[in-house]
Write a protein that binds this ligand. Structure first.
Ligand code: MG
Length: 254
């Protein structure tokens, strides 16, 4: 008797969910009512370096063809070993194409040299600084923040002078690191009035450092950030006088 009961219980439990099935159900209770079949998301496949098939490759390590000097003319950064490196004093570079809302992947590497010609330790903002600017105006900081104190809203992963990164995920100099960034462009009306602010979500080495933060205007070294109307614009990389390297850059328009 005891053994029989042991088997009867699970059978009852399995049968229970179907008990009411014979009864008529109302239209809203049907599962298919909440199924949406269109549109069907496009299939994305993955190529070399895991680049999604719908991405625009901005830099694949072979040429600076997609780039120009921010002041016009040729990009003069150093192209070597599948990476591009800031050639100090040649100026910022920017993409020839312009972008609005976008997902960007970029890898960057700090030089292992953390002293100057006199052998003095580079500190704070002076330790190998660069930056990735969306629409040429909104900078996510690129800095050697590995054991290097600076103001928190200016360290690697910060939206410069606006948003402190949630954590410091910086790897040691000489190691490649990544940013994966989702940028929502600001919107201006026809008269140039700001309708919605820019936003950014950023992962540094796969770790969230900015979670849908609101950008208060063009990032600026001094003074409060201010918006002024603009359209889609280039991705710009900063020449801050330090040999910071970049590779494997791709972007998806959103
Ligand atoms: Mg910078």
């Amino acid at each position: 008797m005891k053994t029989k009961f042991k088997f009867a219980l699970p059978i009852l439990a399995m049968a229970l969910p179907f008990a009411g099935m014979a009864a008529e159900i109302e239209e809203w209770q049907k599962a298919e009512v909440t199924e949406v079949w269109e549109p069907v998301p496009e299939v994305v496949t993955f190529g070399k370096n895991n680049i999604p098939s719908d991405a625009i490759v901005l830099f694949d390590g072979t040429s600076l063809n997609n780039w120009q000097s921010a002041n016009g003319g040729e990009a003069k950064w150093l192209l070597k070993d599948g990476a591009m490196t800031v050639a100090a004093g040649t100026g910022d570079i920017k993409t020839k194409d312009t972008f609005c809302d976008a997902q960007l992947h970029v890898e960057w590497k700090m030089p292992t040299q953390i002293t100057n010609e006199k052998g003095e330790l580079l500190t704070g903002q002076g330790r190998n600084n660069s930056g990735v600017f969306f629409q040429q105006r909104y900078e996510i900081q690129v800095l050697d923040s590995y054991n290097n104190k600076t103001y928190s809203n200016g360290q690697a992963g910060s939206v410069y002078k606006q948003h402190i990164p949630l954590v410091n995920a910086t790897k040691a100099p000489g190691e490649w690191q990544s940013y994966d960034i989702i940028f929502t462009a600001p919107v201006f009306d026809a008269a140039g009035k700001l309708k919605s602010k820019a936003r950014m979500t950023a992962l540094h080495n796969g770790v969230v450092v900015q979670n849908n933060v609101e950008i208060q205007g063009a990032t600026s070294w001094a003074g409060a950030p201010v918006y002024s109307a603009h359209g889609c614009d280039s991705i710009r990389l900063q020449d801050h006088g330090n040999p910071v390297s970049f590779r494997n850059m791709w972007l998806r328009k959103l």
